[in-house]
Design a protein around this ligand. Sequence first.
Ligand code: ADP
Ligand code: MG
Length: 241
Amino acid sequence: MIEIQHVSKWYSENFQVLKDCTASVEKGEVVVVCGPSGSGKSTLIKTVNGLEAFQEGKIIVNGIDVGDPKTNLPKLRQHIGMVFQHFELFPHLSIIDNLTLAQMKVLGRSREEATERGLNLLNRVHLSEHALKFPGQLSGGQQQRVAIARALAMDPVCMLFDEPTSALDPEMINEVLDVMVELAQDGMTMMVVTHEMGFARRVADRVLFMENGQILENAPTQEFFTKPRSERAVQFLSKIL
Ligand code: ADP
Ligand code: MG
């Protein structure tokens, strides 16, 4: 579903942020990306849906070549759900309107169809009773679950998450992770940047460990936690676990 082949990226002539990164995510797989702050995790995940350009290598998502100048990136992004650290809901729209807007404007669904899909997804993230509220009336954890539902409303072929819980108060982290676990168990293809190693252990098929723009480890989850190959990953895990 996601194929990242020898990708290198420079932010400037003397700053290479991604160094020959190669990884793949099969259909239905969950891949967790971890590593120290500044190692290039956000940059890598943003190259997957074309939010960041790259100079070398190739990325194929669902058969589409992201780096090909002929690729229609806005159209590609319609099918790749992305959830960031800061839930960017429209503050002036109700929850249900947040969920239906892009379905109607981008996918051309009728209001009835979009509303039905929106309410189904709200139920799936356990927020049915909040459809008519506004984002400001919900907690951070609830807003992040709405952001996940909004991404799902577009029927994505895969979901990208960039530290979806790191801006949340500790007591709200699990309610968001639980929704992500359910999504993974339903077979969604997911690439997740997170430091939540409990989540990684529970649902990840593979773990990537990044350091200084390189993918230092790319291992099945069990192997990553029991016998990481690099000293840097050992250090990282000892601090985080
Ligand atoms: P991570 O998500 O692992 O913390 P990032 O991908 O955000 O890492 O950043 C990797 C490196 O690239 C950092 O040193 C960061 O300061 C730098 N960086 C990120 N975005 C830009 C940008 N738009 N221009 C220049 N440097 C950037
Ligand atoms: Mg980041």
